[in-house]
Write a protein that binds this ligand. Structure first.
Ligand SMILES: CC(=O)SCCNC(=O)CCNC(=O)[C@H](O)C(C)(C)COP(=O)(O)OP(=O)(O)OC[C@H]1O[C@@H](n2cnc3c(N)ncnc32)[C@H](O)[C@@H]1OP(=O)(O)O
Ligand SMILES: CC(=O)C(=O)O
Length: 490
């Protein structure tokens, strides 16, 4: 049987402090989640605001495959807001621990049971699927937790155990879910938070204990330290426990980056599965192993989850990594030359420097004593931007190989985008080069800060990464792209 994935990126994920989405952002993420294959999309809390309801309505009107759900408190006003948004289901959250019941709600246990039953009956009368969720269930008294679920057993469709403040351990999780699933006839769901970094492990253990649905968020975002990460849970279930979900794993990286972009929450490089370092290798012993067999240092292949393998050169590199990189760049060198290049890489590493592909090319140029020819030269760049004009850029490039000019104009969402679009348009007839990544960082704090731009470009199977710094962000960006293009055309 497949475990169902209840995605709460658009509800608990959006509760990440400082994050809020527009209705159209919500719709874009919901469509991507649906294509990813999640079973339920918790689209928000309808009671939150007018914009939240607008976003949920956009999603329910899209007729996605996934069940569309709204968070509600056991209050008619919340359920009415969910009904107004035409959701399929409600995630009915009822406090269950003494601390929540006594201090937050200021109610008795019996009053809470009444609230829950009345809310379920009201929602069912309006044709909603109801997931009865016990908030702070892992600090609740087990007898009360079971009493709450029993009260909803013949009325609701599913129940959910929330580890609201992330205090479960994998052992306790499995035991608790065994107990609940043996007592309650309804399908049981698990909702874990990551306060002690245990959310993925606790979610997997809950499933071993009998839970059939997991609440997760893309990139593990959410309240405080976040929720169980979708990409971690579904890959751990598949590859470590042999348990399937409906998730199309190859879309994980793409959806991760969409959520990161729209939520303005960058993915840490060392993030499991979708981080840029999740399949990156610098240590010489590792790269040597990988070249012989990628399974030596990768539990799964990056393509399986839509990520990429990256071989990085630096202080920890071995010669095999260097030879591999040179081959990728189409450069031939003798053993003596390789040794010299290798020494220079170690020297740079000892100076605390990261060795980019452009640095490697500069070293190669120096050691091989030959000029790596600049095939395309930037002759002119003009960019116009302002408050009443769509940013537009024009470039004149000199294609030295054929001694001809490449002149193009392009629009963009901003001046940098326009300039890079113009360069890409101009070279489109020469080579198929894709811009895979663009990152910018300000060094120093003022308006005159030095801007460091990093670009990653791809031509076929070859990729290069180039960093360029300038006080002018447009020059830094275009120079980085031009250098990358020239490296790929060697
Ligand atoms: C663990 C979780 O993730 S819970 C989900 C958290 N999500 C959100 O808070 C969604 C966004 N929230 C909001 O927009 C607002 O808080 C609203 C619209 C829901 C409520 O706003 P307000 O009416 O101004 O109330 P406020 O937020 O200040 O206080 C929360 C109230 O809800 C009550 N409440 C909280 N949880 C529950 C619950 N599960 N069931 C019933 N009542 C609850 C609190 O006791 C408090 O009521 P009180 O005023 O009688 O003491
Ligand atoms: C419902 C929820 O988000 C929680 O208890 O953490």
């Amino acid at each position: 049987m497949k475990v169902r994935v209840f995605d709460t990126t658009l509800r608990d994920g959006e509760q990440t402090p400082g994050v809020s989405l527009t209705p159209s952002d919500k719709l874009e993420i919901a469509k991507a989640l649906d294509e990813l294959g999640v079973d339920v999309i918790e689209a928000g809390s309808a009671i939150t605001s007018k914009g939240e309801r607008e976003g949920i309505k956009l999603i329910t009107r899209e007729n996605l495959n996934a069940e569309i759900c709204s968070f509600v408190r056991p209050l008619t006003v919340d359920i009415d807001a969910a009904i107004e948004c035409e959701v399929d289901s409600i995630h009915l959250v009822v406090p269950s621990s003494p601390i929540h019941i006594k201090y937050k709600l200021k109610k008795s246990e019996d009053e809470v049971l009444d609230l829950a039953v009345n809310a379920i009956e009201y929602a069912k009368d309006h044709g909603l699927i109801v997931e009865l969720s016990a908030e702070d269930a892992t600090r609740a008294e087990l007898n009360f937790l079971i009493k709450l679920f029993k009260a909803g057993e013949n009325l609701a469709d599913r129940v959910c155990v929330c580890d609201t403040v992330g205090v479960l351990t994998p052992q306790k999780s499995e035991e608790l879910f065994k107990k609940i699933t043996s007592e309650i006839k309804l399908p049981v769901s698990v909702h874990c938070h990551n306060d002690f970094g245990m959310a993925t492990a606790n979610t997997c253990s809950a499933i071993l204990g009998g839970a059939v649905q997991c609440h997760v968020t893309v990139n593990g975002i959410g309240e405080r330290a976040g929720n169980a990460a979708l990409e971690e849970v579904v890959t751990a279930l598949k590859f470590l426990y042999n348990i399937e979900t409906n998730i199309k794993l190859e879309k994980l990286y793409e959806v991760s980056r969409l959520v990161a972009r729209l939520m303005k929450l960058p993915v840490p490089p060392n993030k499991a599965i979708v981080g840029d370092n999740a399949f990156a290798h610098e240590a010489g012993i590792h790269v040597d192993g990988l070249i012989k067999n990628t399974k030596t240092y990768e539990p799964i292949s990056p393509e399986v989850v839509g990520n990429k393998r990256r071989i990085i050169l630096g202080k920890h590199s071995g010669r095999k990594a260097l030879i591999y990189k040179l081959k990728l760049m189409g450069i031939e060198a003798s053993e003596e030359q390789i040794n010299k290049i290798y020494e220079k890489i170690k020297e740079l590493g000892d100076l605390g420097k990261y060795v980019s592909d452009a640095d490697l090319m500069a070293i190669v140029k120096d050691v091989l004593g030959k000029d790596l020819e600049e095939k395309i030269e930037l002759d002119e760049l003009t960019v116009v931007s302002g408050n009443k004009i769509t940013p537009i850029a024009s470039v004149k490039l000199h294609y030295k190989g054929e001694d001809r000019l490449l002149i193009e104009t392009a629009y963009g969402v901003g001046p940098v985008d326009a300039a890079i679009n113009a360069v890409r348009k101009a070279i489109s007839g020469v080579a198929d080069i894709k811009l895979e990544e663009y990152k910018v960082e300000a060094i120093g704090g003022g308006t005159d800060a030095i801007i460091e731009v990093t670009v990653k470009l791809r031509k076929g199977v070859n990729t290069v990464e180039v960093k360029k710094a300038d006080s002018d962000i447009i020059r830094a960006s275009v120079n980085a792209v031009m250098e990358g293009i020239n490296l790929l055309l060697q």
